[in-house]
Design a protein around this ligand. Structure first.
Ligand SMILES: *Cc1c(COP(=O)(O)O)cnc(C)c1O
Length: 479
């Protein structure tokens, strides 16, 4: 090691020296503060050893860097962001925001003890599933219900408990439904994990009832699986049997039909202009024996996997060992019950559940809101904001081929490239996630609240013309 490096290493300030600098001394001593100081000195040591640092920075600069790290460490890592992407069920942004009723239910259940698995009138142990089962059967017309951690778990449990028995372990599925849902949830892999043997029938674009019938073996077939291919659409020369037809075939052979609806709707959204979304009650009515769907997609509730269907099959799932591993936690359960209760009043539910409210918002409503934000922006710094037509999406795998007409506020600032603007909004204390298109920074209004607007204006106000030279926070961003 060179003399120069050795000399520099010897000049690194001592921990005590750094910690007693007024910048640090103004804060109450704590292990987190000491850790931040140590990190700064360790980093400096590495930089000297690698030759990246040729001098010792001023003690004050080191202290300020340490304090910056300390303060960054106090911020929660998981935090609220403003969704200006226009994608309502954005999996990376946490999918469905919850209704006020669901939020209070979570708070109430989290604050103290609850009757999670306790029958108050009998004074005895009970099951956590009773809190939502009656609601789910009432809303879907199914005989029984159980809820688990998410829909991926629901499908795996359904296949494991219903389809798998020592001899009846084959599950028939159309080749057009062997999909990957995202986040590496692939139907063929899930089937393999459940221990079932996959029997593919038909072709990618066409599968007919006789294809299924040919594959049924009374000595081997455990179930027929139908998957709502929610995140892509085969358009053109394509067809598959209806749920009714498939259910009739399954029934004739004494085999259960399991349907993974993905983003199933509890309410028919057609009256609100949202067409083609599978409704859970329709699948049950059409004869599906088990239907699974997500709690945090179009339902607009917390993360959960909801399973409804025949009582004997649901009973098998309730006693299956995997159920314990997949069980829903009490906070999600509380939020789910509150969300489902809102569906008991179908007239009011669209306004109460944020996901449905955003989905059903009319273009005119969004246009008016967008005008409001643009005006607020234009009243501030030298920015110019205008309202442009945009397209938002349901997300979460729902309605892949349908874009919803929406409006975005396009923000430009002289001398500031749109990428820098995008980064400025994204980083910092209240992240605002938008996108750049046609050389403009866009915020889609469909997925935003009026309460978000002051935060956006505030963030805009923090800009000055030297934005590019200013030190952009070097935060990790997982988008
Ligand atoms: C989203 C989806 C899943 C996975 O649901 P999670 O609740 O995210 O686990 C499974 N199947 C289909 C068809 C889906 O759309």
């Amino acid at each position: 090691m060179s003399l120069l490096i050795n000399g520099l290493l010897r000049k690194i300030p001592k921990m005590d020296e750094l910690l007693s600098h007024p910048v640090f001394a103004a804060h109450e001593p704590s292990p987190a503060l000491t850790l931040a100081a140590r990190r700064v000195l360790d980093k400096l040591r590495r930089e000297i050893q690698s030759g990246a640092a040729g001098e010792i920075p001023a003690l004050e600069d080191l202290a300020r860097e340490g304090l910056r790290q300390f303060e960054a460490g106090q911020e929660p890592c998981l935090k609220r962001v403003i969704n200006g992407t226009g994608i309502i069920l954005h999996t990376n942004l946490g999918r469905a925001p919850l209704a006020a009723e669901a939020l209070s239910a979570i708070e109430e259940a989290a604050r103290g003890y609850s009757n999670l698995e306790y029958d108050i009138s009998a004074g005895k142990r009970s099951s956590r599933y009773v809190h939502v089962e009656a609601l789910l059967t009432q809303l879907t017309g199914a005989e029984a219900a159980i809820v688990v951690n998410n829909n991926a778990a629901a499908v795996l449990l359904a296949l494991s408990a219903v389809a798998r028995s020592p001899h009846l372990d084959e599950v028939i599925i159309s080749r057009g439904e062997l999909v990957e849902v995202g986040g590496s949830f692939r139907i063929p892999d899930v089937m393999e994990q459940s221990g079932c043997r996959l029997v593919e029938v038909g072709t990618t674009n066409k599968t007919h009832i006789p294809d299924y019938v040919k594959a049924i073996d009374p000595a081997k077939t455990g179930a027929i699986l139908r998957v709502h291919t929610s995140n892509f659409a085969i358009i053109g020369f394509a067809s598959k049997p209806s749920v009714e037809e498939l259910a009739e075939t399954a029934r004739a052979h004494g085999i259960p039909l399991i349907e993974d609806l993905g983003s199933g709707c509890v309410l028919n959204l057609a009256p609100y202009g949202i067409h083609g979304q599978p409704v859970v009650a329709s699948s049950i009515k059409a004869g599906a024996d088990i239907v699974t769907f997500s709690g945090d997609k179009l339902l607009g509730g917390p993360q959960a996997g909801i399973i409804v269907g025949k009582a004997d099959l649901v009973a098998k799932m309730k006693s299956h060992p995997l159920t314990r591993a997949f069980r829903i936690d009490k906070l999600c359960l509380a939020a789910l019950e509150a969300t489902l209760k809102l569906y008991l009043n179908p007239k009011a539910v669209v306004q109460r559940i944020p996901t449905l409210q955003m989905l059903c918002a009319t273009a005119d409503e969004i246009l008016e809101k967008a005008g409001g934000l643009a005006a607020l922006c234009n009243a501030t710094v030298a920015s110019s904001a205008s309202v442009i037509k945009s397209q938002s999406q349901a997300g979460g795998g729902a309605m892949p081929e349908e874009n919803l007409i929406s409006y975005a506020v396009a923000i430009t600032l002289p001398g500031v490239p749109p990428d820098a603007l995008e980064r400025h909004f994204r980083t910092g204390k209240s992240p605002i996630i938008g996108r750049v298109a046609d050389d403009k920074f866009l915020l889609d209004i469909r997925t935003m609240n009026k309460e978000d607007f002051p935060i956006i204006v505030n963030r805009l106000n923090q800009l000055n013309p030297s934005i590019e030279q200013s030190t952009m926070p070097r935060e990790r961003v997982g988008i």
